[in-house]
Design a protein around this ligand. Structure first.
Ligand SMILES: C[S@@+](CC[C@H](N)C(=O)[O-])C[C@H]1O[C@@H](n2cnc3c(N)ncnc32)[C@H](O)[C@@H]1O
Length: 232
């Protein structure tokens, strides 16, 4: 629950519930109604569950088998016990629950690498890639595959704070965040140049999120969400 991340009355409460907001604020639910969705880099599946409120079939893929196992535990058994870090060795036992009203039969979680997705994955009406591109070693080649994964007229939602780091993405593969010929290159322009032939940019918005380290330390970030429609 978002309030378990930040129980104190002070703090940036509007930054809570990011995986839910990625779906509620960025996906056109009317256009996607009863369609299919892919959540790439789904972690423990909170956005995947939210997509299942709109779409009849949702696939969540993450590189981490542990995250996929945790998401599957919530999907199948309805809950997962975990510990929230408070201070030093002190923790609070909490339970993550399947959100009310979500039909878990609509969802499938699987382990996979966004860089080498299986060829028979199919195509989807909605593709969400939340906070993944700046964790990939070759984001451009992943984005180039997306035109085959999104149905004509379908929606692509990309969100990221564009935290480019050589540990994840070799500098020569960054989509933005550098100067070239004296010009500042920002990631949104890099996305436009990679996606522009197959996708039309329909909207851009800022979306804050909060990562809890412990009761008195948080990391606040401001992601940029870009919403694209697959050209027909
Ligand atoms: C920063 S988290 C974002 C999680 C979630 N989408 C969200 O916005 O809250 C990035 C996720 O991508 C996953 N990931 C990293 N590299 C990946 C890859 N090559 N293929 C698929 N998932 C990957 C990580 O395991 C992690 O769960």
């Amino acid at each position: 629950m978002p309030e378990e991340i930040l129980p104190e009355s002070i703090g940036p409460r509007e930054s809570l519930g990011y995986p839910v907001r990625c779906v509620q604020e960025c996906v056109d639910a009317t256009a996607a109604h009863d369609g299919t969705a892919l959540d790439l880099g789904c972690a423990v599946g909170r956005s995947t569950f939210e997509l299942a409120r709109i779409c009849r079939k949702v696939v969540g893929i993450d590189y981490s088998q542990r995250f996929v196992d945790a998401a599957e535990q919530v999907r199948v058994h309805g809950s997962l016990a975990y510990f929230r870090s408070d201070e030093g060795d002190l923790c609070t036992p909490l339970i993550a629950r399947l959100p009310k009203g979500v039909d878990s039969q609509r969802i499938r979680f699987e382990q996979g690498d966004a860089m080498t997705l299986r060829p028979d994955l199919g195509s989807f009406d909605v593709l969400l890639m939340a906070n993944l591109i700046d964790r990939l070693r070759a984001p451009k080649s992943c984005l180039e595959r997306l035109k085959d994964l999104v149905n004509p007229g379908g929606q692509l939602v990309l969100t990221s704070p564009y935290t480019w780091m050589p540990e994840y993405t070799p500098r020569e593969n960054w989509l933005g965040g550098f100067e070239q010929h004296g010009q500042r290159c920002v990631t949104l322009d890099g996305l436009k140049s990679v996606l522009g032939s197959a996708f039309e940019l329909t909207g851009v918005r800022d979306s804050p999120f909060l990562i809890r380290e412990h009761a008195r330390k948080f990391q606040w970030s401001l992601a940029q969400a870009s919403v694209w429609r697959r050209k027909c």
